[in-house]
Design a protein around this ligand. Sequence first.
Ligand code: GLU
Length: 544
Amino acid sequence: MDFEKLAERLLPEKYPALETYETKYPPRNLAKGAEVTRLAPSPTGFIHLGNLFVAIANERIAHQSGGVLYLRIEDTDEKRKVDGAVEAVKNALRYFDIKFDEGAEIEGAENAYAPYYQRQRADIYRAFVKDLIKKGRAYPCFCSEEELSALRERQTAEKKITGYYGEYAACRNLSEEEIYKNLDAGKPYVIRLKSMGNPENKLKFHDEIKGDITVTENDQDVVILKSDGIPTYHFAHAVDDHFMRTTLVIRGEEWLASLPIHIELFETLGFPRPRYGHNCSLMKQDGDTRRKLSKRKDPELSLEFYRQEGYYAPAVKTYMLTLLNSNFEEWRLKNPLSPLEEFKFSVNKMGKSGALFDLDKLNDISKNELAKLSAEEMFDFLKAWTYEYGTNAQYAYFKDREYLLRALNLCMGTSSKKRRKDFTTASQAMSLLEYFFRKTEKIDEYRVSDTDKKAILNAFINSYVFSDDAQTWFAKVKEVAADLGFAAEMKDFKANPENYKGNVADVAEVLRIAVCGRANTPDLWTIMQILGEEETRKRIADEL
Ligand code: GLU
């Protein structure tokens, strides 16, 4: 077969000699140990926690080693492409403070290895496909969708591995005459790799995360160039990781199954391979079983969820690092206030099998991380969230900065040694803060009789003096309690509970519910001071 002639017929365009790409995209000048990593999302419009999980690992590895992290958009699949998806990817990653040094549309970066959109690199891929055709290592395949699905059915019925390989690869053995006849008839075709592998052969492969693994040699004649002249992920990523001079590919373990194909592609193209690490999947406990997080069932898989709920990005990052590196949690305990960048991230501390993602654990971490903020930092965090996701009413909370800061200082316990951990997310904090701005729906119900409730509120309001200090205020609450048959002292109540209707805490609870709509609040005297005399009296009078 005249492969030169076939290559010219299939890809008639003139491409630069392959060495020119080596010169155009030269090896990077890297310090010893510096790693070049990348994030290579497909613009499908759905950016998920798995992407962030891998992004954080790649970011840490690149930047900690003095290397480069770049963003490549893998947009070869036209069908799955969604408008605005690239913007969504970039926004989501920016929220989590993943900074790229180069790549798709990164402003101000020196994009020496551009373009970073795969569709814009089509010529590079075609040049290499053409070369493989010339070498007899790639061939046109004219099989239709129907023929391929019939093949799949047959293989399944025969309990054979499905795919286009060996005896099943019909077009692999077409004669020159048949090929040209098909081409002349205008039959659509794809270009496939002519695999030289044998699945009897097992290869030893060192995965940076999973360790030494055994890989079966590839024998699938995978598609490398689709009928629209655009390559598949397999082929494009091999060319790109070579010419973008990636040193380490950390990607999801769903790609492990394709590794044999990738190994053969790098060999066939004559490119040295980057090192690979396949990161474990995020799992969820579902009853007695563990399963992968699912797009359909788990809203927390989408990164949009964290922004909508107003998760504090460093808290999500902290949790991701807890799942990524087994020694991170201990480091965080010892260094609660250190920037996350000071943690020494290591690939060999990454988990080999599924990481259990637990929203409750994330919420705990979020409370802890938010409790480290000052009231001013909390103000800015809440404001940023509210301006994007909040309601008009919440928007107004930020008009009087001093007022909100007083509320935040109280809710965060900034003046005490033991900080309060009332806030989990911005959305939750904003609804918790509502009672500082208006009388809210009741979260908790009164636990005393209606008569007692009214008696307590009446007695309180009659003795209430706004200028009383906290001690005087509390002494009066105790008086109200004692007058109405509640124990003023806890120790008396504990000794003889049967002698009382309840105790002073029950009385205070009635006041809390009347003023704040809830039974659990920070110090009530301070809340009343913040609300002011008029509002406090009004809320209590409302309950009478
Ligand atoms: N485009 C692939 C994806 O979105 C990237 C896989 C890789 O990192 O190599 O899953």
